[in-house]
Design a protein around this ligand. Structure first.
Ligand code: ZN
Ligand code: FE
Length: 257
């Protein structure tokens, strides 16, 4: 499977999955349709699936226009988002399996940013390849989504599921927010040398207008404060020993940053 990252709007990424043998494509969170149609035409592929992570317009805005061009395509989204996803046909929950070509993805129910948010995890096929997680606005490189419809407990539980995945998992998050996220991360975890190094690398990448997505989950576990709510440095910065309170305070500090 080839994965193409399509930058759209201010800072969104749409991901196009392509199976070159079967000449089929799937799209994750099409904020808009035009850029996706252009890439599919370039690949001479047929769109068979639209995978949505949550109902926000910068993730589903292109659904209907894509269905207009590819009426056979199937729209997958969360059961908990029933009624909020244009063209939704398949209603997913935790542990459901979805297929694309010969590949299978597992659905993780990850509420917090929204009440129905899901993520799609494609496990590694061989020992030489890594898995891919399409996590929408739940996890960002260096950060996490704002809690618009969920509680800190829900988000900690959701991020815990992601934290269980193998370190070499590639994290395909839906926004290019990394540089600003790392600026905040350094304010709460200033002694973290892996974080300092990552910040320097990302600064250089962004100066060259390079994308910082996908991110490696192993590096995120070491640098992203929102995956480190129970680490000593973060507990110290949030002045609590309670993990959920630590996460809630951290999210509050970021909201004010
Ligand atoms: Zn969102
Ligand atoms: Fe978004």
């Amino acid at each position: 499977m080839d994965i193409y990252r399509l930058p759209v709007l201010n800072d969104n990424y749409i991901f196009l999955l392509h199976d070159p043998q079967r000449n089929i494509a799937a799209v994750v969170d099409p904020a808009v349709a035009e850029r996706v149609l252009q890439k599919i035409a370039e690949l001479k592929a047929t769109l068979v699936s639209i995978f949505n992570t949550h109902h926000h317009s910068d993730h589903v805005g292109g659904n209907l226009a894509l269905l207009h061009h590819f009426p056979e395509a199937v729209v997958y989204a969360s059961e908990a988002d029933r009624g909020r996803i244009p063209g939704q046909q398949i209603f997913l929950g935790e542990g459901d399996l979805v297929s694309f070509g010969t590949l299978c993805a597992e659905v993780l129910f990850v509420p917090g940013h929204t009440s129905g948010h899901i993520a799609y995890y494609f496990p590694p096929l061989t020992t030489e390849t890594s898995g891919n997680l399409f996590c929408g606005d739940t996890l960002f490189s260096g950060g996490c989504g704002r809690l618009f419809e969920g509680t800190p407990v829900q988000m900690v539980n959701s991020l815990s599921k992601i934290r269980c995945l193998p370190d070499d998992t590639q994290i395909w998050c839906a926004h290019e927010y990394t540089l600003n996220n790392l600026k905040f991360a350094l304010t709460v975890d200033p002694q973290n040398l892996v974080l300092t190094q990552k910040f320097e690398d990302v600064q250089k990448m962004r100066q060259r207008l390079e994308a910082t997505v996908p991110a490696s989950l192993g590096i995120e576990k070491q640098t992203n404060p929102f995956l480190r709510w129970d680490a000593d440095a973060i507990l110290k910065a949030t002045k609590t020993q309670d993990f959920v309170q630590s996460f809630a305070r951290l999210r509050g500090m970021k909201d004010q940053f």
